[in-house]
Design a protein around this ligand. Structure first.
Ligand code: MN
Length: 202
């Protein structure tokens, strides 16, 4: 069973001006496609071939760098497209909003901590908002294409929100201004999808 590159859930220009069309075309059509193809090549003929991506990552041999890098790249980008949407000005609501309040004190404190995790990730990687069983939220960051489903990586929760801070995610439009990219990312977060992932993961 080969993994498939998912369609974007919105047109490539839908996140403009926060994330530009050309970046989306290359990021989805080239980078995510390459992770998908390389993952499929790396698991062909192994027991991983019949696993879900989550099962594969949770049981991963971390020394298997081809599956670690490309399996992480496949999962992380599938999540990334879904947790973004054309800007609506929405904010977290309901149980997710309460969990943010309880875990971080306020939405602004959450935003500051998430931004700091994304800003201080040296080189390539991701910042995550994760949920633990019981509903507590935690922020962490991981390098390269690692994520918190992998054994011993990050805070160990289930990702409900993530931001890609590889330069390929922002350099065409923002060049070295990672801080501006992160700040604008908050305008295209799909909070209803984050809430869905929170409910499923808690
Ligand atoms: Mn990426």
């Amino acid at each position: 069973m080969a993994f498939k590159l998912p369609e974007l859930p919105y047109p490539v220009q839908a996140l403009e001006p926060y994330i530009d069309q050309r970046t989306m075309e290359i990021h989805h059509g080239k980078h995510h496609a390459a992770y998908t193809n390389n993952l499929n090549a790396a698991i062909q003929g192994t027991p991983m071939d019949s696993m879900s991506i989550e099962e594969l990552l949770k049981n991963l041999d971390m020394n298997n760098m081809a599956v670690r890098n490309n399996g992480g790249g496949y999962y992380n980008h599938c999540l990334f497209w879904e947790i973004m949407a054309p800007p609506t000005g929405s904010k977290p609501e309901g149980a997710l909003a309460n969990a943010i309040q309880e875990s971080f004190g306020s939405f602004d404190a959450f935003k500051e901590k998430f931004t700091q995790a994304a800003m201080t990730r040296f080189g390539s990687g991701w910042a995550w908002l994760c949920v633990h069983p019981g509903g507590k939220l935690e922020i962490c960051s991981t390098s390269n294409q690692d994520n918190t489903l992998m054994p011993g990586i990050g805070c160990g929760g289930t990702p409900v929100l993530g931001i890609d801070v590889w330069e390929h995610a922002y350099y065409l439009h923002y060049q070295n201004r990672r801080a501006d990219y992160i700040n604008n990312f908050f305008d295209v977060i799909n909070w209803s999808e984050v809430a869905r992932r929170y409910e499923a993961g808690k």
